[in-house]
Design a protein around this ligand. Structure first.
Ligand code: GDP
Ligand code: IMO
Ligand code: MG
Length: 435
C-alpha cells in the first residue's frame, strides 16, 4: 500500500527535536515489514502508540515504548535492538512485563545485539551529577543515564551486552569500570555489588535474547526479508548535527542507522522524516520559534505536549522550515510524514518561520553556534487557518483547501514530498497522499 514511500530497508527518522510521532508511523508500517529495528539511543525515547488491545480488540490501548521496538506488539514480527543502543536491562524487562498483560510474548522474536552497551544505575546517578555541575547550562536530559553510558563507550571502558554470557568476567569488568568512574566522580555513591546481584538474577531471562544482530539482519536481508528502522530522539538532538551541546549523546540521524545496526549504508533507501505541523522541544537549548504566550499554551494543551518519558511539559512554537529543511538535507530524506495537522484545526492564523535574522543579517540555514541561534529572530509568513475538523479526513482530497495549501507550502519550503499526513492518534487517522 505504501509502495511509493518504502523499500526493503526503510527508516523512520525524527526530523525535529524528538516526539514528532515516530511510534505511530512505525506501528502503522510494521505490518509491511518482517523486522523492526532500533539503531540508536535508549530509554530516553518514549514512543506512543494507540492500538487495539490484543485481548479485547474493541478497546484502544495506549502503549509507550522506551526500548522495545514499537513493532513488537504485532504478532510474529521480529524486534531487534541494534549495536548502537544503550540498554538499561531492568527498564527493558519492566517494559516487556507490561506487554505480558496483553498476552504479547517477545520470546524468540526479540534480539539484543551482543555489541550494544549496557546502561547501569550508576550512569543515571552520573547523569544527575553532571547536570547539577552544569548549573544554568544544564542540558535537561531525561536522566536515563544515556550520556554517561555513551561516554564510557567512547572512553573504551563501556560494558557490552555480549559480556553477560560469561558473568564472572562481566562482573570484573563492571567493577573495574566503576572504580574508574568513582575516581572521576568523587560524589558518586553506589552499591555496585547490589546492582551486579540484580543483573545476575536477570541472566536466565536476558541471555536467550543475545545475538550477533548485524549478521542476523544481513542474512535476513539476503533471504529477502524487509526491515523497518525505528529512529529515536531527533535530528536536531544529534551529537554532530543538533543544537550542540543541548543534544543527546548519539547520532539519531541516517548515518547512525548504519553504524548502529551494521546494515550497509547503500541499503537504506527509504528515509521517512517525521515532522510535526508545529515545533516542540523538551529540555534546554535554543528554539527560535518558541512561543511564550497563550498561543504556545494552546498548542501544548491541544497537542497534549507532555513528555512520554519524563512527563515534562514540552516547549511549543511555530513550524520552523529552516531547522526542518536542515534535517531533510543532512539525512537525504526521501519523504515526510507530517503529524498532528489536526492540532492546528482551530487556529485563525498559522505562522511558519522561513528564515532568521541575526543582528540585522539574513540567515538561511541553522548556525552551528547555539549562542548565535539563541539570538536569531525568526522571520515568519502568515497562513490563514482552515478552522474546521480534519480528524475524520482519510484522503488528501477530504482535507479543507487551506489545510492542503499549508501542507503544500511546507513541502515547498523544506523541499521534500509530504507523503503521509497525521490527523489524530489512532492508526486509521492517517492520510497516504503519495497515491
Ligand atoms: P515519538 O517519540 O516521536 O514516537 O512521539 P511521542 O509518542 O513522544 O509523542 C507524539 C504524540 O503525538 C503521541 O502522543 C502520539 O499519540 C501523538 N500523535 C502522533 N501523531 C499524531 C497526529 O497526527 N495527531 C495527533 N493529534 N496526535 C498524534
Ligand atoms: P523520542 O524518541 C524528546 C532530549 C532530552 C534532552 C536531550 C538530552 O521520544 O523522540 P538525554 O537523556 O538523551 O541525554 O537528553 O535530548 N531527548 C528527547 N527529547 N524526545 C526524545 O526521544 C528524546 N531523547 C532525548 O529532553 O533535551
Ligand atoms: Mg517521544
Amino acid at each position: 500500500m505504501f509502495d511509493k514511500s518504502i523499500s526493503q530497508v526503510t527508516a523512520v527518522i525524527g526530523a525535529q527535536w524528538g516526539d514528532e510521532g515516530k511510534g505511530k508511523l512505525v506501528d502503522i508500517l510494521s505490518k509491511e515489514f518482517d523486522i523492526i529495528l532500533r539503531a540508536t539511543g535508549g530509554a530516553n525515547a518514549g514512543h506512543t502508540i494507540y492500538a487495539p488491545n490484543p485481548i479485547n480488540p474493541e478497546e484502544i490501548v495506549k502503549f509507550v515504548f522506551h526500548l522495545a521496538p514499537s513493532g513488537i506488539i504485532h504478532e510474529g514480527k521480529i524486534g531487534v535492538l541494534g549495536n548502537g543502543l544503550a540498554i538499561h536491562l531492568p527498564s527493558l524487562i519492566e517494559e516487556l512485563d507490561v506487554l505480558k498483560k496483553y498476552n504479547i510474548n517477545p520470546t524468540g522474536r526479540l534480539f539484543l545485539s551482543d555489541r550494544a552497551h549496557i546502561v547501569f544505575d550508576y550512569h543515571k546517578k552520573i547523569d544527575a551529577i553532571e547536570e547539577a555541575l552544569k548549573g544554568n547550562k544544564k542540558v535537561g536530559t531525561t536522566l536515563r543515564g544515556i550520556g554517561p553510558a555513551y561516554q564510557d563507550k567512547i572512553a573504551r571502558r563501556g560494558v557490552r551486552v555480549g559480556e553477560l554470557l560469561d558473568f564472572d568476567k562481566f562482573a570484573d569488568h563492571v567493577r573495574n569500570t566503576f572504580m574508574q568512574l568513582q575516581i572521576l566522580h568523587k560524589d558518586l555513591k553506589h552499591d555496585i555489588e547490589a546492582e551486579l546481584d540484580e543483573i545476575r538474577r536477570m541472566l536466565g531471562f536476558i541471555r536467550p535474547f543475545i545475538k550477533d544482530t548485524a549478521i542476523y539482519i544481513n542474512d535476513a536481508l539476503k533471504a529477502g526479508k524487509t526491515i523497518l528502522i525505528e529512529g529515536a530522539n531527533g535530528v536536531l538532538l544529534d551529537i554532530d548535527h543538533g543544537t550542540y551541546p543541548f543534544v543527546t549523546s548519539s547520532n539519531p540521524t541516517a548515518g547512525g542507522f548504519h553504524t548502529g545496526t551494521g546494515i550497509g549504508i547503500n541499503k537504506i533507501q527509504s528515509l521517512i522524516g517525521i515532522v510535526k505541523a508545529y515545533m516542540t522541544r523538551v529540555g534546554s537549548g535554543p528554539f527560535p520559534t518558541e512561543l511564550f504566550d497563550e498561543t504556545g499554551d494552546r498548542l501544548r494543551d491541544l497537542g497534549g505536549e507532555f513528555g512520554s518519558t519524563t512527563g515534562r511539559p514540552r516547549r511549543c512554537g511555530w513550524f520552523d522550515a529552516v531547522a526542518t529543511k536542515y534535517a531533510v538535507i543532512i539525512n537525504g530524506l526521501t519523504s515526510i510524514n507530517l503529524t498532528k495537522l489536526d492540532i492546528l484545526d482551530t487556529f485563525e492564523t498559522i505562522k511558519v518561520c522561513t528564515g532568521y535574522t541575526h543582528k540585522g543579517k539574513k540567515i538561511t540555514s541553522i548556525p552551528a553556534s547555539t549562542d548565535i541561534l539563541e539570538e536569531c529572530e525568526p522571520q515568519y509568513i502568515e497562513i490563514e487557518g482552515w478552522n474546521c475538523k480534519t480528524s475524520d479526513a482519510r484522503t488528501f482530497d477530504e482535507l479543507p483547501q487551506k489545510a492542503k495549501d499549508y501542507i503544500k507550502k511546507l513541502e515547498e519550503l523544506i523541499e521534500c514530498p509530504i507523503n503521509f499526513v497525521g490527523v489524530g492518534v489512532r492508526r486509521d487517522q492517517i492520510i497516504y497522499k503519495a497515491d
